[in-house]
Design a protein. Structure first.
Length: 423
């Protein structure tokens, strides 16, 4: 073990001890109070030593081996050349679709549909990273110089925070088999020549078929003629509006069971309604007690494994609670530091009778992909009603995305909780 690794391990042990002594339900003895002061001083010393060592002995550059296949590299190159504008023109019957567009759709197996991957953000690293840089498109023939189009603002996605992945279903139905029993009863020491008990294994299989999420846009022909960058703005808007509705369905999809009539089964409808919280508005200690109550092996074996997703009012109420009179650390700040984090979502319903619901995610690193929501491989983007609105100079763009239900592969990872946040 290197000196740097030893210092990191030492710092972790000191932080764990500090967390133990900082329990708001613990009444410190004189001995514990002295130990708390000693640990805090030791942490500062260890942190300073680690910082000095990292400056003196910086880590070597991160060298990553290129594991991307030739086929994936070719797809990535084709995607970089794909033009949504040419695709729209082809759908409108005003252009032929050739080259990168047809090759990329064939490579992704989406036939005439627009591949979802076209809308995936591409990471860019430049010397201006971290700063907002807006391009300016010079006007032509003495026209006005145009700044980059300001995109619409959408609510932050919660799918990744909840650990919900979206595998590509390709063509056809998609099934998710889960081993629902384990051979626990057959495990144990046995005598010589004795048979080992056998447990019958069983699988639970969820079969998913596509359901549709749609959005429509109307574009003026005047704007198409005047504004540069419409293609990128369109990509951003499509990505944002579909993602926002998708997130709403992930949390609040109301289907009580699997169906193919358009309803989607979300997360909350599959969780058990919690008991009503105790009388009185939440305190710092009650927030802490509620969070740590979700520790359970193997789902959450440390505070870092517990993530809290709460509504706006809940977050605002918790943010006004501080650990002690002289402390400036609110509960959300505390849980971001010692726990798995706390985030608000405007998609969680407003409080009812002073109580607001929340989702607890027990994300032990071993609980890989605890839930999925399959997506079929393409956006179906078509331009419609070009002629009925021609006198208004409008073109309608309709977008569809095909997804399945939220499938809980490890249902114990998710717990619904509730908090009394108003009086």
């Amino acid at each position: 073990m290197t000196n740097k690794q030893k210092l990191k391990l030492k710092l972790k042990e000191q932080k764990d001890k500090l967390t133990e002594l900082s329990d708001p339900n613990l009444t410190l003895t004189e001995e514990q109070r002295a130990e708390l002061n000693t640990v805090m001083g030791a942490m500062r010393d260890t942190d300073a030593q680690l910082t000095a060592l990292e400056l003196a002995e910086p880590d070597p550059p991160d060298v990553r081996h290129d594991t991307m296949s030739a086929e994936d590299k070719e797809k990535l190159e084709l995607r970089s050349k794909f033009s949504v504008g040419r695709y729209i023109g082809w759908q409108a019957g005003k252009a032929q679709l050739t080259g990168a567009e047809t090759e990329y759709m064939a490579a992704m197996g989406t036939d005439t549909q627009l591949p979802i991957s076209v809308f995936e953000p591409t990471e860019q690293r430049t010397h201006n990273q971290g700063k907002e840089v807006r391009a300016v498109t010079p006007g032509q023939q003495g026209g006005v110089n145009q700044a980059a189009i300001v995109p619409a603002v959408f609510k932050r996605s919660v799918a990744e925070y909840l650990g919900i992945s979206m595998p590509d279903a390709g063509i056809g139905d998609m099934t998710f088999p889960v081993l629902s029993t384990t051979p626990a009863s057959g495990v144990g020491a046995v005598a010589k020549d004795a048979a080992v008990n056998a447990a019958a294994g069983a699988f639970t299989v969820s079969t998913q078929q596509p359901r549709r999420i749609g959005a429509a846009f109307e574009v003026r022909v005047e704007d198409l003629a005047r504004l540069a960058g419409m293609e990128q703005a369109l990509r951003t808007a499509i990505q944002g509006v579909i993602a926002e509705k998708l997130d709403d369905e992930i949390l609040n999809g109301a289907a009580s069971a699997y169906n193919t009539d358009g309803q989607i089964r979300g997360l909350l409808v599959q969780l058990t309604d919690p008991s009503a919280p105790a009388a009185g508005v939440e305190t710092w200690a009650r927030w802490h007690t509620a969070a740590v109550s979700h520790l359970a092996d193997p789902w959450a074996t440390s505070l870092r494994d517990i993530r809290l997703l709460v509504g706006t009012v809940s977050y605002q109420q918790a943010a006004g609670l501080f650990r002690a009179t002289e402390s400036n650390e609110s509960f959300p700040a505390y849980w971001d530091r010692v726990g798995g984090g706390m985030r608000l979502s405007g998609k969680i319903a407003s409080p009812a009778s002073h109580i607001q619901q929340a989702v607890v995610v027990r994300m032990n690193p071993a609980n890989d992909a605890p839930a999925v929501m399959p997506a079929w491989s393409g956006f179906d983007m078509t331009i419609r009603d070009m002629y009925s609105n021609a006198d208004k100079g409008q073109v309608k763009i309709v977008v569809h995305m095909l997804v399945g239900d939220v499938v809980l592969l490890r249902s114990d990872v998710y717990v619904q909780d509730s908090f009394r946040v108003t009086s």
